[in-house]
Ligand binder design. Structure first.
Ligand code: ADP
Ligand code: MG
Length: 671
């Protein structure tokens, strides 16, 4: 039963921390509860039952008693609690007290502290509440820990901590044993928080040690290519550009240039909001590799984006003597063979493609530089695969238009150095964002009609309503049918959704890019990178179902040309949720990402599993930034002194690293 919770060893049990605490210091005597209060109370269940209401809703009620008096507790719509809460149980409830045929408490939360007949002995004043399963209740876990905690802690005394003593002291953290004790048996809520922070630091620290090792290995040990500044291609390219680079572009180019000049492999993340001009920067770097006699590869997440890059390069490199080769998924075998021959023979200098680039059959002659666009769509594994296929250690730049706070960057891309383009090219008009109630929809479509009459295009996006995608496809499909036949019959309306094949999607998108479609109705498949400067309206339906970052990505699809663009956010209900207010108040992607992290937490935001990283049990990136930055710094210092983690005080750390990140160590080929 413990195994279902991932608990196999004594240590696992010790690290099975409560997900919340109930604080009995705030418990009120039942006689003192008054309507209007928000209160916590503890009492024994003296009677209980399920009661039907007039509106057909069944509610569960229990009367609890302490030494001061009785109160009725009521859970509307939760008749199943009748099987959970038994007569004679001691329960803790917290929630609002109101007047309803007498005083009544409506618990927001409840905890069964003891079953009928069990001693309701409540140690300390803070009760830990543990994550549980159907077969193992949090009470059983609490009992298990209460009975065994001292023995478990005694075992901890025999072991070295993962966080070396010197580091622990520097950051003013409690000792390991103390933290584990307070985790389960905190004298106060503040002590429980202190314990959590100590264990959070440990989690962050071990991960940062992994990254420090990877970076140390690459930066100090592995041989890379030192690209010289020959300027035979870079200078003519600069001269041919119809615009000046922004200061931010120049800044990141000099960071990248310095890296490329060193005889060590570069591994850099280039972050910048949509439209900030990352592609141009990537092309500068690619040209530097090419003028040094190497090949450069540009990998995009979809065929359409690869094609878009192909077109950009085609026009920007019109005057340059550079051989560009694209490698698409669906090539006929003759074409494919030819393409592979040009890549393997070295005639192809800049190779643009999708995942097709990382197939076994692709062999590069002299791949020296790799750009990966929209990094979050690829895993670390794919990035490393492409690197391996080069033969030499190429310089690698990954680009992301999803702005993320520094804390997330250090956690997800901690093996990379980070450059940020924090400025848009001049002359861009910020997208105007407006919030509208869904009932204003017909006016919004009227506006779409006017914009199209001016020669522009529009997107109308529908959310994923159901995990299965069946429902969102239906809502988009129904909307498409209504729009095309009833609401905007005179316009060219097209539909694209996630159930279509890649080719079908690309075909529709191509018609939109070409301007043959006025209004594109879609699910969120258009989220990534597509660039249609003539599109000026982004209507987002049921916006309350989107995350902040996702909304921002969608907004980034417009405002790419010279015309004023609009993002119109439709929400159900009477009032727009705070999230949408935040969205309409700022265009700053980093600020939005920060808010998103605060609102959703990191696990949800990025899907840690997809990145092969464990979810944190204790660390909360939105509030533990200080710990993270400290852990990063401490990890660098430890690796600088003792890269092999051979010293006695680092042995437990090395052990933890090998246990937790075995796969990653292999993946990065770090010993
Ligand atoms: P990103 O990839 O960061 O979304 P792009 O590289 O696609 O942005 O650039 C968006 C548009 O801006 C492109 O049409 C590009 O040619 C143009 N652009 C890039 N840098 C500048 C600049 N410094 N001044 C004006 N336009 C620029
Ligand atoms: Mg781009």
């Amino acid at each position: 039963m413990l195994g279902k919770l991932g608990i196999r060893t004594a240590r696992d049990l010790l690290y099975h921390g409560p997900h919340r605490y109930e604080d009995a210091t705030t418990v009120s005597a039942i006689a003192k509860l008054k309507p209007g209060m928000d209160a916590t109370a503890i009492g024994e269940v003296v009677s209980k039952g399920v009661i039907p209401t007039r509106r057909g809703l069944r509610l569960f009620q229990a009367v609890i008693r302490d030494s001061s008096g009785l109160i009725e507790c009521s859970w509307p719509g939760q008749p199943f609690l009748d099987r959970v809460i038994r007569k004679g149980d001691t329960i803790l409830v917290s929630g609002p007290v109101r007047f309803f045929h007498g005083r009544q408490l409506q618990p927001r939360e409840f905890t069964v502290l003891a079953r009928a007949g069990e001693p309701a002995e409540i140690e300390g004043t803070v009760f830990p509440v543990y994550p549980a399963t159907a077969s193992l209740s949090h009470r059983q876990i609490r009992a298990l820990l209460r009975e065994n905690l001292d023995r478990l802690l005694a075992a901890v005394d025999e072991e070295e901590p993962m966080v070396p003593e010197a580091v622990r002291q520097r950051f003013g953290l409690p000792e390991w044993r103390q933290a584990l004790e307070w985790l389960h048996r905190p004298p106060s809520l503040a002590d429980a928080e202190t314990a959590r922070r100590r264990l959070a630091f440990e989690e962050l620290f071990v991960l940062q040690v992994l990254y420090a090792k990877v970076r140390h290995e690459r930066r100090d040990l592995r041989e890379g290519i030192a690209f010289e500044r020959l300027n035979t291609l870079v200078r003519p390219f600069a001269a041919s550009l119809p615009f000046e680079l922004t200061a931010a572009q120049k800044k990141v180019l000099s960071e990248i240039g310095e890296d490329m000049g060193r005889p060590r492999p570069m591994n850099r993340l280039l972050q910048g909001d949509v439209g900030s001009g990352k592609t141009v920067v990537a092309l500068f770097a690619a040209l530097r590799a090419i003028e040094n006699g190497f090949q450069a590869a540009l990998m995009a997440p979809t065929e359409l984006l690869a094609e878009q890059h192909r077109n950009t390069v085609g026009s920007l490199f019109a005057e340059l003597p550079v051989e560009v080769q694209s490698l698409r998924g669906g090539l006929r075998s003759v074409e494919r063979r030819e393409a592979l021959a040009r890549i393997g023979g070295g005639e192809a200098q800049l190779i643009i493609g999708t995942h097709a680039l990382i197939q076994e059959s692709v062999e590069f002659a002299r791949l020296g530089f790799i750009v990966i666009d929209e990094q979050h769509r690829f895993g670390v594994r794919q990035r490393l695969h492409l690197i391996r296929s080069a033969g030499v250690e190429p310089d690698v730049m990954v680009m992301s238009a999803t702005p993320i706070p520094r804390s997330l960057a250090l956690t997800f891309y901690g093996d990379l150095d980070v450059s940020v383009i924090d400025e848009l090219p001049p002359g861009r008009r910020p997208v105007k964002t407006v919030l509208r109630r869904a009932s204003a929809r017909s006016k919004v479509f009227e506006f779409v009609r006017e914009e199209v009459a001016e020669g522009r295009q529009a997107y109308i996006v529908y959310p994923v309503i159901d995990e299965s995608e069946a429902l969102d496809v239906r809502s988009a499909t129904e909307a498409y049918e209504q729009l095309s036949s009833e609401i905007l019959p005179e316009l060219e309306v097209a539909l694209v959704h996630g159930r279509m094949s890649g080719d079908e999607k690309d075909a529709v998108m191509r018609r939109f890019v070409a301007g043959d479609v006025d209004v594109l109705v879609s699910t969120t498949v258009i989220e990534v990178g597509i660039d249609v400067p003539n599109a000026t309206v982004m209507v987002i339906e049921n916006a309350e179902r989107f995350g902040l970052s996702q909304l921002h990505q969608l907004r980034g699809r417009v405002g790419r040309g010279a015309e004023q663009s609009y993002s119109i956010v439709l929400y159900g209900g009477r009032q727009a949720p705070d999230r949408l207010q935040i969205f309409s108040n700022t265009n700053d992607g980093f600020q939005i990402a920060r808010e998103d992290l605060r609102l959703r937490g990191y696990g949800d935001l990025f899907g840690a599993r997809q990145h092969g990283l464990p979810e944190f049990r204790f660390a909360q990136l939105d509030k533990d930034e200080d710990l993270l930055f400290g852990a990063r710094e401490a990890a660098n210092a430890v690796i600088a002194e003792d890269a092999g983690l051979a010293r006695r005080e680092h042995r437990a750390l090395g052990q933890a690293l090998r246990t937790r990140y075995r796969e990653q160590l292999q993946l990065y080929e770090v010993g």
